[in-house]
Design a protein around this ligand. Structure first.
Ligand code: DX5
Ligand code: ZN
Length: 223
């Protein structure tokens, strides 16, 4: 399953902010509330100072929704687990530039070989120049607007010029590549992020802390 049109704004709630003890219910609720994508934050306690869940969570979630499953791997040596995350039901698997280095291109290729769409993630302090040559080889580029590890952090506005630069690279490639932004997105900064060229907005805290999740998703989507 892939995202066909890249000229719509898609909202990807992050289940990092969900109640893990009732994940099936949470995911069904997100779908009912109009989410487009389920963003799954996998953390290993090594690349980031937090631990979440792994392959089985993706598999179990996939039984509760037919939305796109977007697995964000915040783990070292992600290539060791890519196949298992795809087999578990991930439609998109994104890996960090900061942990792949020389194996980056190969890892992206392996994700596609396994049958999923591949994505490349950069931290707030990684410049666009580090990945510019690889953008065309991705199905998605994910720009972190917080340092990964925790939900509910403050949006780092310095990443806006990076989003714009990547948007330019994507547009000049003529390819259907998604541009996702993750971390601290709220009703105040979402229009800035969209204007800069992002078309997939991850939102954890903003959706999960809302009294009316459907309204929160609708407001984030509004042009
Ligand atoms: C951060 C995660 C994000 C985060 C988003 O490490 O990758 O997906 O949970 O949550 P908010 O929107 O609360 O910053
Ligand atoms: Zn994430």
């Amino acid at each position: 399953m892939e995202i066909k049109s890249t000229n719509k704004i898609l909202i990807a709630p992050s289940i990092l902010s969900a109640d893990f003890s009732k994940m099936g219910e949470e995911v069904r609720n997100l779908q009912e509330c109009g989410a487009d994508v389920i963003h799954i934050d996998v953390m290993d306690g090594v690349f980031v100072p937090n631990i979440t869940f792994g392959i089985k969570m993706v598999k179990d979630i996939s039984k509760h929704t037919n939305l796109i499953l977007d697995t964000h791997l915040m783990i070292v040596e992600p290539w060791k687990y890519v196949k298992q995350f795809v087999e578990a039901g991930s439609h998109y698997v994104t890996v960090h530039y900061e942990v792949c280095k020389d194996r980056l291109e190969q890892t992206l290729f392996e994700i596609r070989e396994c049958g999923a769409k591949c994505g490349l993630v950069i931290n707030p302090n990684t410049p666009v120049e580090a990945i510019a040559h690889l953008v065309e080889k991705c199905d998605m580029v994910l720009v972190m607007s917080v340092y990964p590890g925790f939900g509910g952090q403050k949006f780092i506005a310095d990443v806006i010029p990076k989003i714009k630069k990547i948007r330019e690279i994507i547009n000049s490639s003529g390819k259907e590549i998604l541009l996702e932004v993750d971390g601290g997105i709220n009703f105040e900064n979402s229009s800035l992020v969209k204007k800069a060229g992002a078309n997939v907005l991850v939102a954890g805290n903003t959706v999960f802390s809302a009294k009316d999740r459907a309204l929160a998703i609708k407001k984030l989507k509004e042009e």
